[in-house]
Design a protein around this ligand. Structure first.
Ligand code: SAM
Length: 232
């Protein structure tokens, strides 16, 4: 899979892309991530990409041309059809199901906003999806873009090591994952449940299934009783 990021802050990405599972996925060529400075597509001699909002009001708005020009240029480099996504607090909520759906696409182009946001014509005429990572407003789209890249990249075959699997993680089948324990068996009087020490794989699987059900009902009844997330 290929992911292109259009951003005013390319320097924010290397620390995240250079660590842990994403780093490994990039090295294994499971995913190719390209970070582009949106100012490279500015038509302004000072490389400005923002302007004052029509109708007045505070702050600056990102102009549409750099986004449209950048996506057009990127499309010339590749015969694949990209999925163009605008990060925005007003978008559809990013879920595990949405991440799984995006992980099946060959190419994503992520548009990161800043300032007061992005000219509406980018949403109407360029982005095919508008995604939010939650009901709060961040300074810029770079952190949401990295959240999206991470959530998608770790689902790609070959990203996680053999010992890890996204199959039993939280949100699969609308359930949270069961509780996890490791050594020591007794920590400050809190003991690992006996069943996990029993060596009885069937009993362990059943215990985990019940724990997953119980904690989902208690912690996230909305998830348990809500509509099935069919794409997860
Ligand atoms: C300060 S925000 C703009 C908020 C906008 N004025 C509004 O009220 O909807 C600047 C940029 O950060 C990004 N952003 C902020 N919060 C986000 C969120 N929860 N999910 C995704 N992107 C977000 C978007 O790219 C947005 O264009």
């Amino acid at each position: 899979m290929r992911i292109d990021l259009l951003t005013l802050f390319p320097e924010m990405f290397p620390p995240i892309l250079g660590a842990s599972i994403i780093k490994r996925a990039i090295l294994k060529k499971v995913v190719e991530v390209r970070v582009h400075d949106l100012r490279d597509w500015s038509r302004d001699k000072h490389q400005k990409v923002d302007d004052r909002p029509y109708g007045g009001g505070p702050g600056m708005v990102m102009r549409p041309e750099p986004f449209f020009d950048a996506v057009a240029d990127l499309k010339k480099q590749n015969s694949l059809e990209p999925r163009v996504i605008l990060l925005s607090p007003q978008g559809e909520r990013l879920t595990q199901g949405k991440a799984a759906e995006l992980a099946r696409r060959p190419w994503l182009i992520l548009l990161c906003g800043h300032y007061e946001g992005v000219d509406e014509r980018v949403r109407i005429g360029l982005a095919q999806e508008e995604l939010s990572i939650g009901d709060y407003v961040l300074t810029c789209g770079e952190l949401p873009a990295m959240v999206l890249v991470d959530s998608v990249a770790r689902l790609l075959p070959g990203s996680l090591g053999d010992e890890q699997s996204p199959e039993e993680e939280s949100f699969q089948g609308n359930l949270l994952e069961y509780p996890q324990y490791t050594r020591p068996e007794d920590y400050r009087g809190l003991r690992v449940p006996e069943i996990l020490l029993s060596g009885d794989h069937e009993a362990v699987a059943e215990w985990r299934r019940l724990q997953a059900l119980r904690r989902t009902i208690v912690k996230r009844p909305d998830l348990f009783y809500g509509p099935a997330d069919s794409s997860a």
